[in-house]
Design a binder for this molecule. Structure first.
Ligand code: SF4
Length: 817
C-alpha cells in the first residue's frame, strides 16, 4: 500500500521524509531489485522541495560496510585499544542490560542510571527520541545528558523567561523583516532556508548577525559581523536606538509586557499589591496610571481593543506604600537606561560592528515591520548565552510583532499524547537531576544535565554516584567539552550500553552495543512538520522502504524491549508499540489504516488542530512578556539582560593575548550530521579534512598558505586542521569545526584520535570550567587561541589515523558471523 509503482523502469517509489535533521525533508525513496538506490525530493510534501547531500547519500548510509548489524559485547577491559567485540543475541544483549540497570537501581537508586541521547535536530534519533525519553522517565532516571545547552536551549527555553514560550515559528510568508541571529538555515534547516529565499524574492528585508558570512548572510540587507560572544551588546545597542528614536510599539508594551510595572527603587524589585494594602497579593505587579495619577494593578496581558489605563512607561513617581513613600520607575524606564549605555560607538568598540551599520539596522528593523526572528547555536555557545538570548527577545518585543501576522507565532498543536512520558516523572526524580542546585533555571529543570555534571557524578559520586549510562547515538567525547574527563568517566562506569548504526569513540567504552537501523528501514509516525501552518498539520506514517539490515532495529523497538524486561509494561501500552501508534494517530482524527494507505502524508482533521496563538506571552508568572524577570532576580541573576563579556575573550582575559591572540569560534560542517557520516564517500569527498578558516592577513602573519595543516592551541589543549583562507572573517577571529574522528576507507581518508597530538577534536580546545551561570553553556564559539603552521606537512598526512577504529577488521568479521 505504501508503494507507488513506476511503470517505466519498475522501480518502486516510496514516500517518506528524511529524518537526518530538523528539516525533515519530504522525499521519495527509489528501490530497485530490493535495494535503496536513490532518494529524491517529494515536491508535493510541505517540506519536500529539495534534499541536501546528506539526504542524497542515504544509500551509502544504509549499505555502509561500517555499520554494525548485530548486538555485541566487549570481551576486553574498558580503555583497551581493542574492546574485543563479540557477537551476541538480542536476548543476551537486552537481558544483560536490564539486569545491570536493575542491579544499579537496587543498590544506588534509579538515579544512578543516566542517559545520553543525541540531538533530534541533527540526527535520525528524531524518529524515536520520545520512546527513549519515556524509558528514562519510567525507569526513574533523573538525567539525560542531551547537549541542549549546546544546541537548542537558548532558543527554545531561555525565551520562556520573557515570553512564556520558545522562539516559535517565524511567519516568513508575511514578514517584512527577517532577523536571523547566529543561525544559518542553509546548513541547519533546508526547508526553512527555502521559505526564506521565497520571502526574500517577494521583498522581505533580511538582517543576519553572524561572525562568519555564510548562507543568508551573503545576500542580506544587513550582515552584522559581531565578534563572537558579543551579541548581547549588539542587541542592547539596537534597542537603545529604537527607543531613542521613538520607534517602538508603546501600545504593545503597555498591553502585553511588564514594561509599565513599577520597580521599588531601594529594594530593586517589582512593587506588588502587598506593598500597598495589607491583604494584597505578593505577586501582583503594580503600574502607574497617568490619567489617575495613582498606582493600579497591572494585571495580565490584554490583546488589542478596549481601553486600558494610560500606563507610565518612562519617568519617576512617588508611591505611598505601607512602609511610607517609595520612589519608583517603570521596568521599561530601567530597560531604557540600561540600553542607553550602549551607544553606537560603544557597540562598535565591543562588537566590531560599525556604528553606522548599527544605526541603519535599527532603522531597518522598525521601517520594515512586521519582524520575524530566529536564532540558534551562534547565540547559545557562549558563557553569557542566556542573557544574550534575553536581550534579543527584548529587542524583538519592541517591534510589537510577536504573535501578529508576519511575526513569530506558536505552532498550532495536535492533541496527540506526550509519548516522551513527562508525566511519569516523580517529584523526587525531578529534584535529583544533576546540576539542578547550581542551575535551577537551566536545563536541569527539565531533566537535562550537562556533561560536566555527569562526569562529576561518575568520577566523584558528587552529589550521588552514576554507575550506568545508556548512550543512544551520543558521542560525548567528540561533541562535548571535557574530552579527557569524559574518557576517564566512561572508563569508570559499571556499565554502558550504546545504541547506534556505527561504533564511535564513545561507544568504544561500552559493555554492550545495540545495532540501530537507518530511517529507511523503519516505520515511523509523525504529526507536524513545523515550518508553516500547513506543514504543522501534516501527518505521515513513513513506511520502512527496505527490511532492516542484519539484526539492526530502531531505537523505539529497543526502548519497548527494555521496558518489558524492566517491568515497565504499564507505561508502554503493555509493550505493544502498534497500540501506542494507534492512540497517537487517532488524536489527529486519522487512523493508522488511513495513514498506511496514504504514505505520502495528509492533513490532520482540522477539527483536531488547536490554535496556540492566544497563548503567546501569557505563560509567565505575570502573564505578560517579562522585560524584567523577577524569577531571575529571586534566583540571584540580573532581572535585566545587561551585557557581560564572554569568559575567555580579549577583553576579559587580556593577560592571555600574548600567547593566544586570536578569537576562536566554530561552525557546523553542513556536509555531515554532527560527528557522524564522515565515512560516507560522497560526503567526505565534499569535505575531506577538518578545516579551520582564517583571514588571509592573519594567515600571512603566520606563514600559513591555504590548505596547510595547522595546529590550533588554546589554554585547554590543541587540535589540528587544514587552513582555509576566508577574506570575510575578522582578521582576529578563526573558525574551527567540531565532530572530526571518523575515517573513510573508500577514499583513503584517515580518522583521528579523540585525544593526543594527532587529534582533530575541536572539543579539546574548549574550556569546560567556564560556563553560563544559568544554562551551563561552555565557550564553544568564543575562546582564545593561537594558530601555527605545522612544520612537517607531509609527515602529518602519514601520521593521521593513528587512533581510530583499531578493530575495524574485527568488526567486519563480527558482522559476517
Ligand atoms: S536537509 Fe538534508 S539531512 Fe536534513 S532532512 Fe533535508 S535532506 Fe535530510
Amino acid at each position: 500500500m505504501s508503494i507507488v509503482a513506476n511503470s517505466i523502469n519498475a522501480d518502486r517509489r516510496v514516500h517518506g521524509w528524511c529524518a537526518l535533521c530538523r528539516s525533515r525533508c519530504g522525499c521519495i525513496s527509489i528501490i530497485r531489485d530490493g535495494r535503496l538506490t536513490a532518494v529524491e525530493p517529494d515536491r508535493d510534501h510541505p517540506t519536500g522541495r529539495s534534499l541536501c547531500a546528506k539526504g542524497h547519500a542515504a544509500p551509502e548510509l544504509v549499505y555502509s560496510a561500517d555499520r554494525i548489524l548485530y548486538p555485541m559485547k566487549r570481551t576486553r577491559p574498558k580503555g583497551a585499544s581493542d574492546p574485543g567485540w563479540s557477537r551476541i543475541s538480542w536476548d543476551e544483549a537486552l537481558d544483560t542490560t536490564a539486569s545491570q540497570l536493575l542491579e544499579n537501581a537496587r543498590q544506588f537508586g534509579p538515579e544512578s542510571v543516566a542517559f545520553a541521547i543525541t540531538t533530534p535536530s541533527g540526527t535520525a534519533i528524531s524518529d524515536s527520541i520520545h520512546w527513549v525519553e519515556r524509558l528514562m522517565h519510567a525507569f526513574g532516571s533523573a538525567n539525560n545528558c542531551y547537549g541542549t545547552e549546546i544546541c537548542n536551549w537558548h532558543k527554545d527555553v531561555a525565551p520562556t523567561y520573557t515570553f512564556g514560550t520558545g522562539v516559535g515559528v517565524p511567519d516568513l510568508d508575511h514578514a517584512g523583516c527577517i532577523l536571523l541571529w547566529g543561525y544559518n538555515p542553509n546548513g541547519s534547516w533546508l526547508a526553512q532556508a527555502q521559505r526564506l529565499a521565497d520571502a526574500k524574492r517577494r521583498g522581505a528585508r533580511t538582517i543576519v548577525v553572524d561572525p562568519r558570512r555564510s548562507g543568508p548572510g551573503v545576500k542580506a540587507d544587513q550582515w552584522l559581523q559581531v565578534r563572537p560572544g558579543t551579541d548581547g551588546a549588539l542587541a542592547l545597542g539596537l534597542a537603545h536606538l529604537i527607543i531613542a528614536e521613538g520607534n517602538y510599539d508603546a501600545d504593545f508594551l503597555r498591553r502585553q509586557s511588564n514594561g509599565p510595572a513599577l520597580v521599588h527603587s531601594k529594594e530593586k524589585r517589582l512593587l506588588v499589591e502587598a506593598d500597598l494594602s495589607r491583604n494584597g497579593s505578593i505577586s501582583a505587579c503594580v503600574g502607574w496610571d497617568q490619567a489617575c495619577s495613582a498606582p493600579a494593578l497591572l494585571g495580565r496581558a490584554v490583546s488589542t481593543g478596549g481601553s486600558l489605563p494610560d500606563w507610565l512607561l518612562e519617568g519617576e513617581v512617588e508611591v505611598d506604600t505601607l512602609n511610607g513613600p517609595v520612589v519608583c520607575r517603570p521596568v521599561f524606564d530601567h530597560y531604557t537606561v540600561m540600553c542607553k549605555d550602549y551607544a553606537p560607538s560603544k557597540v562598535e568598540t565591543i562588537t566590531g560592528v560599525p556604528a553606522v551599520q548599527v544605526i541603519e539596522t535599527a532603522r531597518l528593523i522598525w521601517a520594515s515591520r512586521p519582524v520575524s526572528w530566529y536564532a540558534w547555536s551562534g547565540v547559545g555557545q557562549h558563557t553569557n548565552a542566556t542573557q544574550t538570548a534575553r536581550a534579543i527577545t527584548l529587542l524583538y518585543t519592541l517591534t510589537g510583532s510577536l504573535g501578529r501576522v508576519g511575526g513569530n507565532y506558536q505552532a498550532a498543536r495536535l492533541p496527540v499524547p506526550d509519548l516522551s512520558g513527562l508525566a511519569l516523572r516523580t517529584s523526587r526524580q525531578r529534584a535529583l537531576t544533576l546540576g539542578l542546585a547550581s542551575k535551577p533555571l537551566g536545563p536541569p529543570k527539565d531533566s537535562w544535565c550537562t556533561s560536566d555534571d555527569l562526569y562529576r557524578a561518575i568520577i566523584e559520586a558528587d552529589p550521588y554516584p552514576v554507575r550506568s549510562l545508556l548512550t543512544f547515538g551520543a558521542n560525548l567525547l567528540v561533541s562535548h567539552a571535557g574530552t579527557r574527563r569524559g574518557a576517564e568517566a566512561l572508563k569508570m562506569l559499571d556499565f554502558q550500553v550504546h545504541a547506534d548504526l556505527f561504533l564511535n569513540p564513545t561507544a568504544a567504552y561500552a559493555d554492550i552495543f545495540l545495532p540501530v537501523n537507518s530511517p529507511w528501514e523503519r516505520e515511523v509516525l509523525r504529526a507536524g512538520f513545523e515550518i508553516s501552518p500547513q506543514a504543522q498539520s501534516w501527518v505521515q506514517l513513513r513506511p520502512a522502504v527496505i527490511p532492516s539490515r542484519g539484526e539492526s532495529r530502531d531505537d523505539g523497538w529497543i526502548a519497548f524491549q527494555l521496558a518489558k524486561r524492566l517491568g515497565l509494561s504499564d507505561a508502554f501500552w503493555g509493550c505493544d508499540q502498534e497500540a501506542a501508534l494507534r492512540e497517537y494517530a487517532s488524536a489527529t482524527g486519522l487512523s493508522l489504516e488511513t495513514l498506511r494507505a496514504n504514505p505520502q502524508g495528509m492533513n490532520a482533521d482540522p477539527e483536531s488542530i488547536q490554535d496556540a496563538s492566544q497563548e503567546v506571552g501569557f505563560a509567565t508568572p505575570s502573564g505578560r512578556i517579562e522585560i524584567w524577570s523577577e524569577t531571575f532576580r529571586t534566583h540571584g541573576y540580573s532581572p535585566l539582560p545587561d551585557y557581560v563579556e564572554p569568559a575567555l575573550s580579549p577583553v576579559s582575559r587580556p593577560e592571555l593575548l600574548a600567547e593566544f591572540p586570536l578569537v576562536l569560534g566554530s561552525t557546523k560542517p553542513h556536509q555531515f550530521c554532527h560527528s557522524q557520516h564522515r565515512n560516507l564517500p560522497s560526503l567526505r569527498r565534499m569535505l575531506p579534512d577538518p578545516v579551520m578558516e582564517i583571514h588571509p592577513d592573519a594567515a600571512r602573519a603566520r606563514d600559513i598558505q591555504d590548505g596547510d595543516w595547522v595546529r590550533i592551541s588554546t589554554p585547554s589543549g590543541s587540535a589540528h586542521a587544514r587552513a582555509r583562507l576566508n577574506v570575510w572573517l575578522r582578521s582576529d577571529t578563526v573558525m574551527g569545526q567540531h565532530g572530526w574522528w571518523q575515517a573513510c576507507e573508500a577514499l583513503g581518508k584517515p580518522g583521528y584520535p579523540v585525544l593526543g597530538e594527532h587529534s582533530a577534536n575541536f572539543n579539546l580546545l574548549v574550556d569546560d570550567m567556564e560556563a553560563d551561570p544559568i544554562s551551563g553553556s561552555v565557550p564553544h564559539r568564543s575562546g582564545l587561541c593561537q594558530v601555527t603552521r605545522l612544520a612537517k606537512q607531509q609527515d602529518l598526512e602519514e601520521l593521521e589515523g593513528t587512533g581510530i577504529d583499531p578493530s575495524s577488521a574485527q568488526l567486519q568479521q563480527t558482522n559476517n558471523l
